[in-house]
Write a protein that binds this ligand. Structure first.
Ligand code: URA
Length: 434
């Protein structure tokens, strides 16, 4: 086969066969197809698109380009969850132990974040000694005993996607729906779960700014999952303001702990209950969503979910005392309150900008090599629709550098828009696609 012929076929609107896609991905991963030819192919796909069948074949070829995790030694139906990412998204920290507290096996591979905050793995490292480098045996043993393990993605998980994503990033070919869907799903399929619940976020703080695009992406991912024989659902959720109040690694861990203790912000709790209900039903632990929700609510109110969280922290080498006493988690040296400039209602919060402020403070990674400061970030005191009086705190900034603190405070004040009229409430859950 020749890459040149495949590029021309795609450019002329043709659909690539499974054999052609398999060959192309293998040859590219092995270094036999150069970046310039793959770039031309990616650009042709951006203009011409791919059929559902091609998208599924590309996903499977990328999933099979490295290790395919075998979770068959774990008892029960394994359900994974994936979020397309957003500002203040600490959902997995609450969801995973909560679902596990009902005996549902949660065997999760997570990534480190590139962007405004760390990923789940980074956040969990707020606990002294916590390790996400588990051997396959430890990973399986933990899930079989305490129903939960979260490990960092192995270097050899979908290596074709890793190489291709880096190429797309520098050739203006990231924003093609089928390419995004196959990239995300290749990693999920390689992670070995039987069923997957996707949290596809939309709004200013999300990858997909427009709801229609988020729905399109969700439909593509659900369709890939079905064609690959997996039970997949997608929840479209709002990211037009940060999720919860805390943005920044250790601050988000504290908020997750509050939520596991049956407190915490209402939007985070609601999202966790919705995603969790789908996971519990897919795992066969409840017959319908309403029963699943009741079971999850009970686990939050009777303390079981928080107990499982502490067991999980201990099982992965962390200090559960820090979960009991979150004031022991990393804390920044300076805290500054940003006051409201006048009376009114919060009409808008520039969510992407909030993420960028956290990055400015050192809470995220600009490059893969950047070191994250786990202690910094911000905590919103007011969210959309809240009434504010002049001088009341809008948010509190946590910083380790006084100069950055000043810059962050200025930008944070501008990120809020206040109006005289109370704005309309926007639903947190927009749609569920199954
Ligand atoms: N996230 C991914 O993993 N892949 C994409 O292509 C875009 C976002």
């Amino acid at each position: 086969m020749k890459m040149y012929d495949l590029i021309v076929k795609k450019k002329r609107g043709g659909a690539l066969t499974e054999e052609e896609i398999d060959w192309m991905i293998r040859a590219y991963t092995d270094g036999d197809v150069p970046d310039y030819q793959m770039s031309a192919m990616m650009m042709a796909i951006c203009f011409v698109g791919m059929t559902d069948e091609e998208t599924k074949d590309l996903t499977l070829a990328m999933a099979h380009s490295g290790d395919m995790l075998d979770l068959s030694a774990i008892n029960g139906i394994k359900v994974d969850k994936h979020s397309t990412g957003g500002v203040g998204d600490k959902t997995s920290l609450v969801l995973a132990p909560l679902v596990a507290s009902l005996g549902v096996p949660v065997a999760k591979m997570s990534g480190r974040g590139l962007g405004h905050t760390g990923g789940t793995i980074d956040k969990l490292e707020s606990f002294t000694g916590f390790s996400t480098s588990l051997t396959p045996e430890q990973f399986i043993r933990n899930v079989n005993t305490i129903h939960i393990a979260i490990a960092g993605q192995t270097a050899n998980l979908a290596p074709a996607d890793k190489k291709l994503y880096a190429l797309r990033d520098v050739t203006g070919t990231v924003d093609q729906m089928s390419l995004i869907a196959s990239s995300i799903m290749s990693k999920k399929l390689a992670s070995g779960a039987d069923a997957i619940v996707l949290d596809v976020k939309t709004g200013d703080g999300a990858f997909m700014k427009k709801e229609a695009d988020a729905i399109h992406l969700a439909e593509e991912m659900v369709s890939i999952g079905k064609l690959a024989g997996k039970d997949v659902s997608a929840v479209i959720s709002d990211m037009d303001q940060p999720l919860g109040c805390a943005v920044g690694n250790a601050l988000e861990v504290r908020e997750a702990i509050d939520t596991l203790r049956n407190q915490g912000p209402a939007d985070l709790r609601e999202l966790v209950l919705v995603l969790g209900s789908h996971m519990v039903v897919k795992a066969g632990a409840a017959d319908d969503l309403s029963l699943a929700r009741t079971m999850l609510e009970e686990s939050l109110s009777n303390g079981r979910a928080f107990e499982v969280f502490k067991e999980f922290v201990r099982a992965q080498g962390g200090d559960p005392n820090e979960a009991e006493h979150p004031e022991l988690l990393p804390a920044a040296r300076f805290q500054e309150t940003v006051p409201a400039p006048g009376d009114g209602y919060v009409a808008d919060i520039a969510t992407e900008e909030i993420g960028k402020i956290c990055l400015l403070l050192g809470g995220g990674r600009e490059t893969k090599e950047s070191r994250i400061d786990l202690s910094v970030g911000l905590v919103l005191c007011k969210k959309k629709g809240d009434a504010v009086r002049k001088g009341e705190p809008l948010a509190v900034i946590h910083a380790n550098d006084e100069e950055l603190l000043g810059q962050a405070a200025e930008r944070l004040a501008s990120a809020y828009t206040l109006t005289e009229m109370k704005p309309e409430t926007i639903p947190l859950i927009k749609e569920v696609i199954s």
